[in-house]
Design a protein around this ligand. Structure first.
Ligand SMILES: NC(=O)c1ccc[n+]([C@@H]2O[C@H](COP(=O)([O-])OP(=O)(O)OC[C@H]3O[C@@H](n4cnc5c(N)ncnc54)[C@H](OP(=O)(O)O)[C@@H]3O)[C@@H](O)[C@H]2O)c1
Length: 219
């Protein structure tokens, strides 16, 4: 795939690394050309440094928005002409001080990106784990690959993101349309509250799948 990355920070670094190793053509776009050059060199695999506009234009298959929630919609609005018909992958977490959801009562961050670039097909994924988990090769725990929920409305866009999830060594799971993206953002806020705020094991809050609809029938 031809992938454009908007941002030169931690998530851009963690995800682009997997994707160049999987053989994708990646362009790293930053507002600071030196940071784009440094990250492209670090990621290797022929990744090219660019400005934000050039990266958006080069992401013919997928454009990753690896930007803070506060900046994402403005950056994407500015690039919207280049994003028409594109798959726009949103990994953002609109979380503020006290692990508060900054979108409370407003559209999800993913919906706000979609409103800023109405011609783009926004897909939400990769927001639930820390950057260092995404850097793992692969993110496998107790022999089980990490499952990554993916939300989006466009089948082609969702299929591309599912492939990018597999390229990180994870397993994609369908989490519904883009209307469900706010649930992934709230889940991130809950997980961070449990992990960081309470020192609790977020993984332990759900029963095994066999118990999803109640206790297993007794034999
Ligand atoms: N880090 C994690 O563990 C993690 C995990 C899951 C999801 N996320 C989400 O992923 C997104 C990116 O996080 P990150 O950790 O990669 O952030 P980061 O390391 O701070 O990188 C953010 C990038 O966005 C750029 N940027 C900021 N404001 C901008 C603006 N107004 N115009 C253009 N570019 C701008 C920064 O450019 P400069 O360097 O020039 O400032 C930088 O390249 C966030 O929404 C975050 O919530 C993060």
């Amino acid at each position: 795939m031809r992938i454009g990355v908007l941002g030169t920070g931690n998530m851009a670094d963690a995800l682009a690394g997997h994707w160049v190793r999987a053989g994708h053509e990646v362009t790293i776009g930053g507002r600071d050309p030196r940071k784009a050059e440094r990250l492209a060199a670090r990621v290797g695999g022929g990744a090219k440094p660019a400005g934000l506009r050039e990266a958006a234009a080069s992401g013919e298959d997928v454009v990753l928005a690896a930007l803070p929630f506060g900046a994402g919609a403005d950056v994407v609005r500015d690039l919207r002409a280049s994003l028409d018909g594109r798959t726009l992958l949103d990994c953002s977490n609109p979380i503020g001080p006290g692990f508060r959801l900054l979108t409370d009562g407003a559209p999800s961050a993913a919906r706000q990106l979609a409103a800023a670039a109405p011609g783009a097909h926004v897909v939400k994924a990769f927001n639930l784990c820390h950057e260092d988990v995404w850097r793992m090769r692969p993110p496998v725990f107790d022999g089980r690959p990490l499952s990554v929920p993916v939300c989006g409305d466009d089948d082609t866009a969702v299929a591309r993101v599912r492939q990018l999830v597999r390229d990180t060594g994870c397993t994609p799971v369908s989490a519904g349309g883009l209307d469900q993206a706010g649930l992934l953002e709230s889940t991130a806020a809950l997980f961070i509250t449990l992990w960081v705020g309470e020192g609790a094991d977020a993984q332990a809050i759900a029963p095994p799948q066999a118990y999803a609809t109640g206790p297993a029938p007794r034999g």
